[in-house]
Design a protein around this ligand. Structure first.
Ligand code: HEC
Length: 179
C-alpha cells in the first residue's frame, strides 16, 4: 500500500466513525419520548397490564366489566380520586345490602356524600341500558370482594332483575337519602 495513502485512510475512517457516533447521539439527545406518537411510558403500561391481568385472574368476569367501565373513575385499585370519585375499597354502602349498590349502578348516584372525612358531590351516570343483569351481578361480586372488601359475592342476575323491575320508573340518579 502507498505510504502516503495509509494515514489518509485512517483519518477518513476516524472521521466516518465520528459522524456516525454523533448521528446516534443527536437522535438520542433531541428526540424526546413525548414527540413520538407511538411512545408509551413502559412503567405506566406495565402497571396497567399488571392491574388488568391481576384483576381478571382474581375476579372473573366482573373484573373485565370493572376494568372497562368503572376503573376510569374509581381506579384500578378501587381507591377512587379523593374529592372527585369516592373509593369503592372500604365502602360500607357497597359491601352492605346489595340492593343499594345495585340501584346505584342501574340509575346513577348524585348529591353530597361524605366518605372517610372527604366530601363528594359528583354525579355517577346510570348503567341500566349498557349493562345486563348478569354483568351488574358480576361487577358487584367483584367490587364487593376486591381490595380487602368483605362483602358477599353471591349476587345473582335474578336479584338484579328484581331491583331493575321494581325501580323501572326511575329516571334520575339517586341521592343517598333516597336509597
Ligand atoms: C364517570 C365516573 C364514574 C363511573 C364510570 C362509575 N362511577 Fe361509581 N361513582 C361516581 C361518582 C362521582 C360517585 C359519587 C356520586 C356522589 O357524589 O353522590 C360514585 C359512587 C359510586 C358508589 C357509591 C360508593 C359509596 O361509598 O357511596 C358505588 C357503589 C359505585 N359508584 C360503583 C360503581 C361501579 C360498580 C361502576 C362501574 C359499573 C361505577 N361506579 C362507575 C363516578 C363513577
Amino acid at each position: 500500500m502507498n505510504r502516503n495513502f495509509t494515514p489518509r485512510l485512517v483519518l477518513f475512517l476516524a472521521f466516518l466513525s465520528v459522524i456516525t457516533f454523533a448521528g446516534c447521539n443527536i437522535k438520542g439527545f433531541f428526540v424526546e419520548p413525548g414527540d413520538d406518537p407511538e411512545w408509551v411510558d413502559p412503567d405506566a403500561q406495565n402497571v396497567a397490564n399488571a392491574d388488568a391481568g391481576g384483576a381478571v385472574a382474581a375476579g372473573g368476569p366482573g373484573a373485565a366489566v370493572y376494568t372497562k367501565i368503572c376503573a376510569g373513575c374509581h381506579q384500578a385499585n378501587g381507591k377512587g380520586v379523593p374529592g372527585t370519585y369516592p373509593p369503592l375499597a372500604g365502602s360500607e354502602l357497597l359491601i352492605g345490602d346489595p340492593v343499594k349498590p345495585t340501584k346505584i349502578i342501574l340509575h346513577g348516584f348524585k348529591g353530597k356524600i361524605v366518605r372517610s372525612g372527604t366530601t363528594y358531590e359528583g354525579l355517577m351516570a346510570p348503567w341500566k341500558d349498557a349493562l345486563s343483569d348478569q354483568e351488574i351481578a358480576d361487577v358487584l361480586n367483584y367490587v364487593r370482594t376486591s381490595w380487602g372488601n368483605t362483602g358477599s359475592n353471591d349476587v345473582t342476575a335474578d336479584q338484579v332483575k328484581q331491583v331493575r323491575d321494581e325501580t323501572a320508573t326511575r329516571s334520575t340518579g339517586w341521592t343517598e337519602a333516597e336509597l
